[in-house]
Write a new protein. Structure first.
Length: 509
């Protein structure tokens, strides 16, 4: 591969170490130019990518259908989400709030002693390596949330394609590179590499300043350890999945058991259970196993199975379900299978068993399977929640007058998003969204979905007593970029600043 970005996008085989080095070098040079671009120019690049993906939507979806076993409607919705997300980030960076521009003028009478002129704002990190996910070939892949938010922050991106949809990755990358070139972005701002060797070299490369990853706990942990071993460790924004426990109070169970089980069945089988927000645990009152078995079977009666995303995922799913099913204290509530298009499996255990063996609560089954935990004493739910590892989401199914304050507080301690009477597989792209959670759900305290995701790829820099004409634009008193500034403790927002775009599209992850 040469330094030319088009060659990076269309490589026929795995990227060599030399080709990876050339791609990162080109990305670094592009970053040095892109970091100086004003927010409106940078937003235009994102909008150009969105338009390019839209123009090739039919071809992209057709390619994805051929490679992923996912349906056309699902893929069209995911591509729509991807385009929407790019435009939302464009609107967000035009507002300029991500700079967090803060100005403290010199003050000889500052109470703790004379204060110098101090000005701080956020700057982009540099070249970001992004690893694509297998289960979302658009939304968490080549131009998914990590790539889009890194570009919005002003970084350059080198994307490591997932081999589960290599053809789609190449086609998407060509669209992105062509769009950036047409919009006048620096050459090399985005490129794509392939193969395990390239992924390892990307993590190790000294000019790479952050890594974004969506995938398994084992894969994410291996990358985290590799990054920690670098001479210069860098930020690792890894989303590693989770179990997404759901807790049902006794009053909610008595009032709407059938509805809860129907919602549970629909959620844990959505997308063949291959969403990182799939509810893998359901805590319910004990004593009604036969009724629950019958009602779950009814809720699953109309389910149409499909193939999992890849043979490797199918093997991993079969192994995970078999291990948990064969564990002492675990029974079969709904018996599925491991056919090419597997039928759903629901397993059953008790609160006493998980107290003896908390590992029962930590076994992710990436596919259409879930575990029901029957409890006898509702007051013990906060303690049971304390046995869980970090979660992307947790859910309360409760009635309005239930006293669940202690349980809700515990769930907030261990998860990034807590739902009330809902199901976690809907992850809208919006301003207040948080898609993350304590380890092993993620490796950071940030979100990978929503406008706040941009801030992962920024760091603050303060300037002290700099001449006015040497200050970056967001920190100048004249404010040429017209961004919000906090001046001597008071926020000042330019009149006529661009309004944000309200995010209304609910998408599934």
């Amino acid at each position: 591969m040469t330094a030319a970005p088009h060659a990076t996008a269309v490589l026929a085989g795995p990227t060599t170490a030399g080709e990876l080095d050339a791609a990162v070098g080109a990305a670094h040079r592009a970053f040095e130019q892109a970091r100086l671009a004003d927010p409106h120019r940078r937003a235009g690049w994102l909008e150009a990518i969105a338009a390019g993906l839209e123009q090739d939507a039919a071809g992209l979806v057709q390619t994805a259908v051929a490679e992923t076993h996912l349906g056309t409607a699902r893929l069209e919705g995911e591509l729509k989400r991807t385009v929407f997300q790019l435009r939302l980030f464009a609107a967000e960076i035009r507002l300029g709030e991500h700079f967090d521009a803060t100005i403290d003028h010199a003050d000889p009478n500052w109470p703790m002693g004379p204060r110098p002129d101090l000005r701080r704002y956020n700057v982009p990190l540099g070249v970001v390596g992004v690893f694509g996910a297998s289960n979302f070939p658009f939304a968490f892949s080549v131009m998914g949330g990590d790539s889009a938010s890194a570009l919005a922050a002003g970084c350059a991106v080198v994307h490591k394609a997932h081999d589960a949809h290599a053809g789609l990755a190449a086609r998407t990358a060509r669209n992105v590179i062509d769009a950036l070139e047409g919009a006048g972005a620096p050459s090399g701002l985005f490129s794509m590499v392939t193969g395990r060797q390239a992924g390892e070299a990307l993590v190790d490369h000294p000019q790479v300043k952050a890594i974004g990853f969506t995938g398994s706990t084992a894969g994410g942990r291996a990358l985290l350890d590799r990054i920690a071993a670098r001479p210069e460790p860098i930020p690792f924004f890894g989303e590693l999945g989770g179990i997404n426990a759901v807790f049902v109070t006794g009053r909610a169970w008595a009032a709407r058991r059938a509805d809860i089980l129907a919602g549970y069945a629909a959620s844990f089988t959505l997308g063949m259970g291959q969403f990182c927000t799939k509810p893998g645990l359901l805590f319910v009152p004990a004593g009604q196993a036969d009724d629950v078995r019958r009602e779950l079977a009814q809720a699953l009666a109309g389910f149409t199975p499909a193939r999992l995303l890849s043979p490797r995922l199918h093997d991993g799913y079969s192994d995970a379900v078999s291990r948990l099913r064969d564990t002492d204290g675990v029974d079969i509530l709904v018996e599925g299978d491991f056919a090419e298009e597997p039928a759903p499996t629901v397993l059953l255990t008790t609160a006493d068993e998980v107290r003896k063996n908390p590992e029962l609560l930590r076994q992710e089954m990436f596919g259409p399977a879930s575990l029901v935990v029957a409890y006898d004493d509702e007051s013990g739910l906060p303690a049971l929640a304390g046995l869980l590892e970090g979660q992307l989401t947790t859910t309360l199914q409760a009635e309005a007058d239930d006293d669940v304050a202690a349980l809700a507080a515990r769930l907030a301690d261990i998860s990034g998003r807590v739902l009330w009477n809902g199901w976690p597989t809907g992850v809208t792209v919006s301003y207040a969204q948080h898609h993350g959670g304590p380890y092993p759900a993620t490796t950071s305290a940030t979100t990978s979905v929503g406008t706040a995701a941009v801030r992962r790829f920024l760091r603050p820099v303060a300037y002290q007593d700099f001449p006015a004409d040497r200050l970056p634009e967001p920190l100048q008193d004249s404010n040429p970029w017209q961004v919000p500034q906090r001046v001597d403790g008071v926020w000042q927002r330019p009149s006529g600043a661009a309004a944000g775009v309200v995010a209304t599209q609910e998408d599934k992850q």
